[in-house]
Design a protein around this ligand. Structure first.
Ligand code: ZN
Length: 179
C-alpha cells in the first residue's frame, strides 16, 4: 500500500513538472512585455516625452538604458532577436509603440535584428549621427526618443534600406495564433 501511494505521488509530481514545463514555454513568448514596466501601463496614454533620466533608470535594465538612452550598441549576435523567426510585431521596449513587423525582417548577417521597412513612417525618426568618426543615420522612436539603431542603404528591395536595430530596444509581441 505504501508503495502504491509513493508511486502515485511520484506520478503526480512528474505530471506537475510536465504541466509546469509546458505552461512555461507557452508563456515564454510574450514574457518580455509582461515582465517589463509596460505591462502595468496603458502605453498609448502615457506622456512619454515628459519622462526623465531618473524614470528610465528605474524601469529599464542597465543594458536597455545604455542602448536606448545613451545611444549605445549591444554586441552583435548577443541580442534576443537577431535570429528570431517568430512572426509578430516589434514594439519599442521603452514605450510600447509599434515599430517593425516581422514581415519585413530579414537575415542581414550582421548579428542584429534587421528590417527593410518600419511599420509606419511616423513610428521612427531619422537623425544624422556623426559619432565615432562615421556619418550614419540614427533611428529613434518617435514617441519616446529611444535610440533604436541605425539605418543604412544596403538593404534588400523593395526599399533598399537596412534598419539595423538593437534587440534590447525592442520587444516582440508574437501574433496570437502562434501563442
Ligand atoms: Zn518608444
Amino acid at each position: 500500500m505504501k508503495k502504491l501511494i509513493l508511486l502515485s505521488f511520484t506520478g503526480l509530481l512528474l505530471m506537475g513538472l510536465v504541466l509546469n514545463f509546458s505552461h512555461n514555454s507557452a508563456a515564454d513568448e510574450g514574457k518580455d512585455y509582461k515582465d517589463s514596466h509596460l505591462s502595468s501601463l496603458e502605453v498609448d496614454k502615457v506622456d512619454w516625452k515628459s519622462k526623465d533620466k531618473k524614470y528610465w533608470k528605474e524601469v529599464l535594465t542597465p543594458l536597455q538604458y545604455k542602448v536606448t538612452r545613451e545611444a549605445g550598441t549591444e554586441r552583435s549576435y548577443t541580442g534576443k532577436y537577431w535570429d528570431s523567426k517568430v512572426s509578430g510585431t516589434y514594439v519599442c521596449s521603452n514605450c510600447g509603440q509599434h515599430l517593425f513587423s516581422s514581415d519585413t525582417k530579414y537575415k542581414s548577417g550582421t548579428g542584429w535584428p534587421s528590417f527593410w521597412k518600419a511599420i509606419s513612417e511616423s513610428a521612427v525618426i531619422e537623425k544624422d549621427d556623426s559619432a565615432w568618426g562615421m556619418t550614419r543615420t540614427e533611428i529613434v522612436c518617435s514617441r519616446c526618443g529611444a535610440h533604436l539603431g541605425h539605418v543604412f542603404s544596403d538593404g534588400p528591395q523593395p526599399t533598399g534600406k537596412r534598419y539595423c536595430m538593437n534587440s534590447v530596444s525592442l520587444i516582440l509581441i508574437p501574433n496570437q495564433k502562434e501563442k
